[in-house]
Design a protein around this ligand. Structure first.
Ligand code: NAP
Length: 494
């Protein structure tokens, strides 16, 4: 039998990749290489460090359940604390020695004869492994729109996913393009310091108040000394999120009034913060709450009530060396351009590199020629020994950590069975994959995505086929249970 360079290669040193590595180590696998294209660990929390960055899922829930951090400074911790938490996880679970930074994977290919994957990196080298795991995130390929004349702009250009630490907006004439969750955090910061800020909005976003506060030292100490108290806080918060997801998103058909109530709350929030009626109208979405990811902020709407902030909804015409000219010909003179234009999900991220499986199946092509699909959101037929952690239907619940921990359960069950059978190769069957796809497709029929008015939302929850294939349409309890007891015959073993 041919010995590979590594038993496992994991691509991505964010929370997904680290969760996968922790589980594989629990399964007794030690020969693991974690390849990371960035220069440090932490994934999205390493890459994103723009001003105002914080989690928007309360920190008691947005963390591994088996590794609570009692010392979050706020209910919604700032981004830098998440980065430190990632460091702590890597240290505590002895993951750093497996990590190779600045290593960008371009392609992986299964070889049926040796029953190994060959992983090709951007430096021209390759290595082999028995198991290949991708944990490349959903939001990891920054999107820079092809605006006419953008190259001719002579001022400062920043993408939120490539921030210059210490960058100061003071006295600058700034344009921010985009009004997604990132812009919602950044706009109040820029508005505070800039001489003038113009926000280019294409699609408004639903924004509800953020109930956030510092966690007093006494409570942090209580969480540290009596862990049950923090577990209880997590349970309460997770249950609330679960209700939002199950009733507001997945069972929109049956619970429309709850969804409408959320939209009413967002409208009231807007009314309380923006006195000008025309501005309010421009900031009000015309699609249902939940079609697109809503966000939380107490400062976002307020920024538009400032005299130094302009909301531009006329669309971008072209760039000039010192200005953006909007589609209606209005010239906005600027010296600083911030692209809060998000990420390419479907074009470049599913998958994030070329993956060739058995019989030469190309994963990206297969998904595009057929439908986006993955059994239990993690494995794909014709891709033996491949775990794709950021797959269609993998995202379960509102906290990414639920998804990661569910996948860790899936891995534990699969590797346990392989040990029992003394197998080295697994591959999901067509039958199991088809049955799962039918099941999720049916469940989605009651969701806001298909029952709501989403046509104008431009939501990244929809794939290029127009199907909402990002979220797994069931409760997280169901996901966790199914990951623990899916039929073992869903896989063939060799
Ligand atoms: P996003 O939600 O995809 O928003 C990108 C924004 O750029 C949208 O407003 C989009 O407008 C606009 N845009 C893109 N291309 C454009 C073009 N050609 N012309 C004009 N406008 C254009 O990206 P994001 O704000 O970075 O957030 C991505 C996700 O990251 C969020 O949904 C969330 O899951 C996560 N996130 C989380 C946090 C947190 O936890 N605190 C913070 C930030 C982000 P359209 O809507 O019209 O396409």
């Amino acid at each position: 039998m041919v010995q590979p360079d590594h038993e496992v290669v994991i691509v991505g040193a964010g929370f997904g990749g680290m969760g996968g590595a922790i589980e594989l180590k629990r399964q007794g696998v030690e020969s693991i290489a974690i390849l990371e294209r960035e220069d440090d660990l932490g994934g999205t929390w390493h890459v994103n460090h723009y001003p105002g960055l914080a989690v928007d899922i309360a920190s008691v829930t947005y963390s591994y359940s088996f590794e609570p951090n009692p010392f979050w400074s706020r209910l919604f911790a700032p981004g830098a604390e998440l980065k430190r938490y990632a460091e702590h996880i890597a240290d505590k679970y002895d993951l750093k020695r497996h990590m190779e930074f600045g290593t960008s994977v371009e392609k992986a290919e299964w070889d049926e004869q040796s029953r190994l994957w060959t992983v090709y990196t951007a430096d021209g080298s390759s290595r082999t492994c028995r198991y290949y795991v991708t944990a490349t995130g959903f939001l990891s390929q920054p999107h820079v729109p092809d605006f006419p004349g953008l190259d001719s702009f002579e001022g400062k250009v920043l993408h939120t996913a490539d921030w210059e630490d210490g960058f100061d907006f003071t006295g600058r004439r700034v344009a921010i393009i985009g009004t997604g969750a990132t812009a919602v955090e950044l706009i109040p910061e820029a508005a505070r310091d800039a001489a003038h800020l113009t926000v280019f909005q294409r699609t408004p976003i639903w924004v509800v108040p953020k109930v956030d506060f510092p966690i007093p030292a006494a409570l942090q100490n209580l969480f540290a000394t009596v862990p049950l108290t923090q577990r209880t806080a997590r349970l309460v918060n997770t249950s609330l999120l679960e209700m939002l997801m199950v009733f507001g998103v997945l069972h929109f058909k049956q619970f429309k009034p709850g969804n409408k109530a959320a939209a009413l709350l967002a409208r009231a929030h807007l009314r309380a913060q923006v006195p000008d009626r025309a501005t309010r109208r421009a900031l009000t979405p015309d699609y249902d709450f939940g079609c697109k990811r809503p966000t939380f902020s107490n400062k976002y709407f307020r920024a538009y009530a400032r005299p130094n902030v302009t909301l531009e909804t006329g669309g971008i015409g072209h760039f000039e060396p010192d200005a953006i000219v909007s589609a209606d010909g209005t010239r906005h003179e600027i010296d600083t351009l911030v692209l809060a234009t998000g990420f390419d999900l479907w074009d470049t991220n599913f998958p994030a590199m070329t993956v060739i499986g058995r019989e030469g199946r190309n994963l990206g092509k297969w998904w595009r020629d057929n439908r986006f699909q993955a059994f239990e959101g993690i494995t794909v037929p014709r891709f033996p020994n491949f775990l794709s952690l950021n797959s269609p239907y993998s995202y379960s619940g509102l906290s990414y950590f639920t998804t990661i921990e569910a996948q860790m359960k899936h891995i534990a069950r699969l590797f346990g069975e392989m040990r029992r059978r003394k197998s080295e190769v697994f591959e999901v069957t067509d039958a199991a994959n088809d049955a799962f796809l039918d099941e999720v497709t049916e469940h989605l029929q009651s969701s806001v995505f298909y029952r709501g008015n989403c046509a104008t939302s431009r939501s990244y929850y929809f794939d290029p086929h127009g199907e909402a294939t990002l979220l797994r349409p069931n409760s997280t309890l169901t996901t966790l249970r199914e990951m623990d007891c899916y039929p073992l015959e869903s896989y063939s073993y060799r």
